[in-house]
Design a protein around this ligand. Structure first.
Ligand code: PLP
Length: 481
């Protein structure tokens, strides 16, 4: 490893690029501007190039191989998105540019709002939230504002099933509301009796992840919506998993009042590095006036349309500086237009097919506790009975085979969980190879348990002390003495 650290390559006086001869009079730099004590590496151009290329190759990416990280929808990101996001008219646009000079960008935002509204079955959409979790917060604030505007001010509780994504209770707490957890039943659905026992006039609404974090479609979703609406509450749908539903189910049709989309999951923005993303929120007609400021509206005639920003009459206010993460909006727009409605339906159908195929190939070896038709992902138990091997061991061993492990130890309602989401963009032979690797690792767990306990063996770093890494992270390079 050490030869890949650029500091170790440094030798005094070496330069990457020559600076041109001065053609202006020499002047003193203001004091304090130049720090003499910074130990910057002195290296040549080729060493810099190789350093960064080597670093990039140490990393794993969807462009390198399958990345079945459940709940994250690590699908292939079409390169055409990068072309459109780099069009000079978009990259050169300034957030303070007058509306009249940014009509192309506004039109794109307007049309994206319309497409997302149509896909989700909603009356209005905001593109402002910068991530799924921020979309959730915005959605909860909209629900709260709706009740307050009606004088229904005693409502202070959000119901959250235990199969929800962890951001759901977090967003609720951030908005100052109380979380009440609803258990799941044996089939992985919301326990209806438990739900009925909790609905009352204190309930702002229910936040439901559908498909839930078990990868299962909520079989009683219409009844659930009815129960919550029956007490005057609203239903928030976590739409981060729209990859399973797109073009097939419109959550608005089921009675979901508000939902966020994850553009960086379903609509193909690279997100392995942790952002930026975008979490637009769609709402039913009765919530449209509460959307954040601004939304884009269209005026004028069909022949001569004009687009402008608009503040909804009872808006919850601004949630993001300027106009959201515009580059992500361009990518999502491109993705939607490239696929068309047929193509988007295909996305969902193949995502579900790939996940079910993989589930059926491994379920005799890795126990699947809620073993029914899944959506875009499924959850198996990672431990291999009678061997002492855990989900952690299996995941680390997958790294030795050059593929990315699934999400681990989530959801909490499955012991030793492996949450596997192959996505629609993986070809059959890649899904087959992943299944065979998982099966082979299960055999190794029997024949050579130490191989798993000590994995990974061939990765740039061995098994890390994850507790130590989180408690006392080393965030910068220190030159060895
Ligand atoms: C990813 C995800 C979120 C949160 O989205 P971020 O963009 O990471 O904030 C919320 N709910 C579900 C179900 C998710 O998979």
């Amino acid at each position: 490893m050490s030869e890949s650290l650029i500091y170790e390559l440094s030798s005094p006086g070496r330069r990457g690029t020559p600076t041109p001869k001065l053609d202006v009079p020499e002047a003193e730099l203001p004091a304090g501007l130049v720090r003499e004590d910074l130990p910057l590496p002195e290296v040549s151009e080729i060493e810099v190039v190789r350093h960064f290329l080597r670093l990039s190759q140490l990393n794993y990416a969807i462009d390198k191989g399958i990345y079945p990280l459940g709940s994250c929808t690590m699908k292939y990101n079409p390169k055409i998105n990068e072309v459109t996001a780099r069009l000079p008219g978009f990259t050169g646009a300034h957030p303070h540019q007058p509306e009249g000079l940014a009509q192309g960008a506004l039109r794109l935002m307007y049309e994206l709002q319309e497409h997302l509204a149509k896909i989700g079955g909603f009356a209005g959409v905001t593109l402002q939230p910068a991530a799924g979790a921020q979309g959730e917060l915005v959605g909860v604030l909209i629900m709260r504002a709706y009740h307050r505007a009606r004088g229904d001010t005693q409502r202070d509780t959000i119901l959250v099933p235990d199969s929800a994504h962890g951001t759901n209770p977090a967003s609720t707490s951030m908005s100052g509301l109380r979380v009440v957890q609803i258990p799941s039943d044996k089939r992985g659905n919301v326990d209806l009796d438990a739900l009925r026992s909790q609905v009352c006039d204190r309930v702002v609404g229910l936040m439901i992840t559908n498909p839930n974090t078990l990868g299962l479609f909520e079989e009683n979703i219409e009844e659930i919506v009815g129960i919550v609406h029956g007490c005057g509450g609203l239903v928030y749908g976590d739409g981060a998993n729209m990859n399973a539903l797109i073009g097939v189910v419109r959550p608005g049709d089921i009675g979901i009042d508000v939902m966020h989309y994850n553009l960086h999951k379903t609509f193909s923005t690279p997100h392995g590095g942790g952002g930026p993303g975008a979490g637009p929120v769609g709402v039913a007609a009765h919530l449209i006036d509460f959307l954040p400021d601004p939304v884009v509206v269209r005026e004028g005639t069909d022949a001569e349309p004009h687009y402008r920003f608009h503040r909804p009459s009872q808006s919850i206010g601004r949630v993001r500086s300027f106009w959201g993460h515009f580059g992500i909006l361009v990518r999502a727009y491109t993705y939607i237009r490239m696929h068309g409605s047929e193509g988007l339906r295909n996305v969902a159908e193949h995502a579900v097919l790939n996940a079910n195929y993989l589930r059926c190939r491994v379920r005799d070896t890795y126990h699947v506790p809620y073993d029914r038709m899944c959506m875009h992902e499924f959850v198996a138990e990672g431990r291999i009975s009678g061997t002492g091997s855990t989900a952690m061991d299996v995941s680390k061993r997958l790294i030795d085979y050059g593929v990315h492990p699934p999400t681990m130890y989530f959801p909490l309602i499955v012991h030793d969980a492996l949450m596997i989401e192959p996505t629609e963009t993986e070809p059959l032979r890649t899904v087959d190879a992943y299944a065979e690797t998982l099966l082979r690792i299960a055999e190794e767990a029997v024949s050579d348990p130490a191989l798993l306990h000590e994995a990974p063996h061939v990765a740039p770093v061995r098994r890390l002390d994850e507790v130590q890494a989180a408690r006392t992270p080393v965030l910068r390079y220190r030159r060895q003495p």
